[in-house]
Design a protein around this ligand. Structure first.
Ligand code: PNS
Length: 162
């Protein structure tokens, strides 16, 4: 079975992430969306909220599972038996950090390959931070995030940290 891990913060998941996920899921038997539990990085949504949003948003994707992990990504991927890591690329500015991460991950686990996928042009400049900022400032996030995330953002609107 060809299994891939699609890791990230997903704080919150955007339509750009979902586009990558949908396309990746056509090429693997199973894709696990793995949300990093990162005590060093203050997230806006709790891991449980993010798991909930992603689970709802991927309901129709039969071979996609949502999970969370801590520690090294390659340890998690190995434990799950994944042969691949999926990462999305947007503007050129993503490249440096992704290049570094892919090389370090390969150094630590040479049998796990990182696959990069280009974002759809519609989402080239979309990020979770931007979606949060637009929502905070009263803008319309329709089309940028799935409906479940829109509802969560509305619910939290007004909070300073959004
Ligand atoms: O959505 P993000 O924040 O760009 O995702 C980054 C993520 C979670 C993929 C990355 O920070 C990660 O893999 N963290 C786990 C710790 C780890 O394995 N670090 C070594 C990477 S070289």
């Amino acid at each position: 079975m060809k299994l891939a891990v699609y890791p990230g913060s997903f704080d919150p998941v955007t339509n750009g992430h979902l586009d990558i996920l949908k396309r990746a899921s056509r090429h693997f038997d199973k894709v696990i969306v793995a949300i990093l539990r990162n005590p060093e990085k203050k997230a806006f949504f709790s891991v449980e909220e993010r798991v909930g949003m992603l689970t709802a948003a991927t309901k129709s994707m039969r071979n996609v599972l949502v999970d969370s992990f801590d520690g090294l990504l390659v340890h998690y991927a190995k434990k799950k038996g994944a042969a691949a890591i999926i990462r999305g690329l947007r503007a050129v500015s993503d490249f440096d950090v992704e290049f570094q991460m892919a090389l370090f991950n390969r150094r630590m686990a040479e049998n796990i390959e990182t696959f990069f996928m280009m974002t759809d042009y519609k989402y080239a400049y979309l990020s979770s931070s931007l979606a949060k900022q637009i929502a905070r400032l009263g803008g319309d996030v329709r089309g940028l995030v799935p409906p479940i995330v829109e509802r969560y953002l509305k619910k939290k609107k007004g909070r300073k940290s959004l």
